[in-house]
Design a protein around this ligand. Structure first.
Ligand code: ADP
Length: 260
């Protein structure tokens, strides 16, 4: 299973990814964690990313894409993963599409955790207070000022991904303000329904193209793919008459050829 968890900072992506790791044995790929590891290790990427992250801005797409590209090629990622914090921009999403296509893979779902911004600020403030109470060091970007910048980066650069994946029919939205257990249950329900769809897909593809005794499925010559999809849908809902003239046109085109 290949999933994306989408949502602003503090939406609970890491928490839910943890549940999914425990439940489905998937690996969690968090670009934030990978970048922080690079910063701690002092690698060239880490040196480049450090100040950008501390400011609450986004690390350049090419850097993040190359990290993810290398990571998903590792053997432990072959059977699936949860992407947490990636993609964060439309070019990153396009690069991910290319990477997955190159490996003959596809996404199963994109889960958006929908949250209220004021609540996010409160959540992150309490995360900061809890970390301090435990005597643990704060992340460089754990401050109200940087949080505001991270939220702005989300609104401007990441939120357009919601429309990007909705257009592809992949977006599933969950109320991220619900209690953690309820959010996890809702994600589980979504994944079960996606798995059900995947299981029934081969049966659909085995259906013969021409059904004996019935008119063939719509054939539209010279129309765009989008038009064809719509035509197929209308055909299936019974509005056949609308489509017959198109099929006739197609036949006439074929019939004219020998005369030419
Ligand atoms: P959070 O989960 O708190 O939103 P992350 O740990 O995912 O934050 O990311 C921390 C920082 O790392 C981001 O503010 C950004 O600077 C950088 N970062 C992480 N993922 C990406 C990405 N996909 N593209 C660009 N920058 C990223």
């Amino acid at each position: 299973m290949r999933l994306i968890l989408l949502g602003p900072p503090g939406a609970g992506k890491g928490t839910q990814a943890g549940h999914l790791v425990a439940r489905y044995g998937l690996i969690q790929l968090s670009t934030g964690d990978m970048l922080r590891a690079a910063v701690s290790a002092g690698t060239p990427i880490g040196q480049q990313a450090q100040d950008i992250m501390a400011r609450g801005a986004l690390v350049p797409d090419d850097i993040v894409v190359s990290i993810v590209g290398e990571r998903i090629e590792q053997p432990d990622a072959r059977d699936g993963f949860i992407l947490d914090g990636f993609p964060r921009t439309v070019p990153q999403a396009q690069a991910l599409d290319r990477l997955l296509t190159e490996h003959g893979q596809a996404l199963d779902a994109v889960i958006e955790l929908r949250v209220d911004e004021a609540a996010l600020v409160r959540r992150i403030e309490s995360r900061i207070a809890e970390t301090q109470a435990r005597g643990e060091p704060l992340r460089d970007d754990d401050s109200p000022e940087v949080l505001r910048r991270r939220l702005a980066a989300y609104r401007e650069q990441t939120a357009p991904l919601i429309a990007y994946y909705r257009r592809r029919g992949m977006l599933r939205s969950v109320d991220g303000m619900a209690p953690i257990g309820d959010v996890a249950a809702e994600i589980k329900r979504i994944l079960a329904s996606e798995a059900g769809k995947a299981a029934s897909a081969p049966r659909r593809s085995r259906r013969p193209a021409k059904r004996p005794g019935k008119s063939p499925r719509v054939t539209v010559v010279g129309k765009k793919a989008k038009g064809r999809a719509t035509a197929g849908l209308r055909h299936n809902t019974g509005a056949r008459r609308k489509l017959r003239p198109r099929r006739t046109t197609a036949r006439r085109t074929v019939a004219r050829k020998p005369k030419a």
